[in-house]
Design a protein. Structure first.
Ligand code: PLP
Length: 404
């Protein structure tokens, strides 16, 4: 029996069964649907990409996995070299893991131990955003601010080590003013908060955060598990404001295999480096640096570079702005667009009930949550396919009252 994610199993409607997938299309027993979710925002090049599939096959013919404890291999070395060269600034040290949540755990552990290694035991607190989402493991839940996880607070008491602030300059300054001596890091999803409701904010907030982190010796962590690889219209938000630790996941492997990486700068790495075994980073996911994942990630990055993806994403944004212009309805609170992400926030969550099936019947897979109807399409989508996705979203507001 499969236990599905984020579901009351008793009430769950049967999931759509996928038998094949290619490009932006998922194939079901009834036909094909455009995946407007990119399998949780990861399948940026579309499904069954010949180059990516070939990379996996070639590597599988050699070996699929060997552990990184005491062993190493070419795919992981080449991926680390590529990331070192490709990522901005001195983000050079790559710690691999099997999922975004684990990579966030690693980042938080690094930030805490960075201070411990330097002899500062007071900096035990983390600053984070309201509506933050950083994954489903325990510490990631704790630094997150998702109402679904508030049972944690009830069970374990207040989260004394985490403070949340909104993406407002005054709140940021006040938090650093009050807390700077205790903070080891500030963790953010930069520019675009995904699972917290596709909330978008201004780069000036992050520029100010960088200044304050520098002034007070607090590490800045960018969780770009969702925003990385072009989703905001930037290759990485880290290209605009440089964090001390960067977390990548989701699209890292083009959506082929779960893998993630926590990338530290020199300052962070140097605090671990030395003679003392106590100062080492005590972490080692079994499947870190998996050879299939690294091989496909390398090819995914090559495709991203060679295919001029940033122009494609700009084009997606332009079409989206054009198509969504003037979209209004008494139920719509706001339409938000950034890069390859569009979100229609409705006033009443129940208004989206039935939308998934409605979209399915019109050839689009969508997965609205709470008050948010959104699309994060694969970047290889054509204008016609994108118009279809957006058309279905708009059409819902014309007919919802009668079909619901
Ligand atoms: C999805 C996501 C994660 C968690 O990644 P998993 O691979 O699902 O563990 C962490 N942070 C952000 C911002 C995410 O969107």
């Amino acid at each position: 029996m499969i236990w599905y994610p984020y579901q009351q199993m008793k009430k769950m409607k049967a999931p759509y069964k996928i038998t094949d997938a290619e490009g932006v299309y998922l194939y079901t027993e009834d036909g094909k649907i455009i995946d407007s979710v990119s399998s949780w925002w990861s399948v940026i090049h579309g499904y069954k990409h010949p180059v990516l599939t070939e990379a996996i096959k070639e590597q599988a013919d050699r070996f699929s996995h060997v552990m990184l404890g005491g062993l190493t291999h070419e795919p992981v070395r080449r991926l680390a070299d590529k990331l070192e060269e490709w990522l901005p600034g001195d983000l050079d040290y790559c710690f691999f893991s099997d999922s975004g949540s684990v990579a966030v755990e690693v980042a938080l552990k690094m930030a805490l131990q960075y201070n411990v290694n330097r002899g500062d035991l007071k900096r035990t607190k983390v600053l984070s955003l309201t509506h933050a989402y950083h994954g489903d493991t325990f510490k990631a839940m704790e630094v997150g601010d998702d109402e679904d996880y508030h049972f944690i607070l009830e069970a374990y008491g207040e989260k004394k080590n985490v403070f949340h602030i909104p993406t407002k300059r005054e709140a940021l300054e006040e938090a650093f003013d009050k807390l700077h001596e205790e903070l080891n890091c500030f963790i953010v999803e930069p520019l675009l908060q995904g699972a917290g409701g596709m909330r978008m904010y201004d780069i000036s907030f992050l520029q100010r955060a960088r200044e304050l982190c520098d002034r007070y010796g607090v590490l800045l962590i960018f969780d770009e598990v969702a925003t990385g690889f072009g989703r905001t219209g930037n290759r990485f938000v880290a290209d605009l404001v440089l964090p001390d630790i960067l977390v990548l996941g989701k699209a890292l492997t083009g959506g082929y295999i779960g893998h993630a990486v926590t990338v530290a700068n020199h300052k962070v790495y140097d605090s671990f480096y030395g003679e003392d075994p106590q100062k080492a980073l005590m972490h080692g996911p079994t499947f870190m640096g998996n050879a299939l994942a690294c091989s496909v990630a390398l090819k995914s990055i090559e495709l991203f570079e060679a295919g001029d993806y940033l122009s494609r994403i700009r084009r997606i944004e332009e079409i989206t702005r054009r198509e969504m212009k003037g979209v209004e309805h008494e139920q719509i609170r706001e339409v938000r667009i950034m890069g390859g992400c569009v979100c229609v926030e409705v006033r009443d969550a129940s208004y989206l009930q039935g939308f998934q099936q409605f979209a399915y019947e019109r050839g689009v897979f969508s997965r609205p949550f709470l008050n948010y109807m959104y699309a994060m399409v694969p970047y290889v989508i054509t204008e016609e396919e994108l118009s279809k996705v957006l058309g279905v979203m708009k059409e819902w507001f014309d007919v919802a009252d009668s079909v619901r």
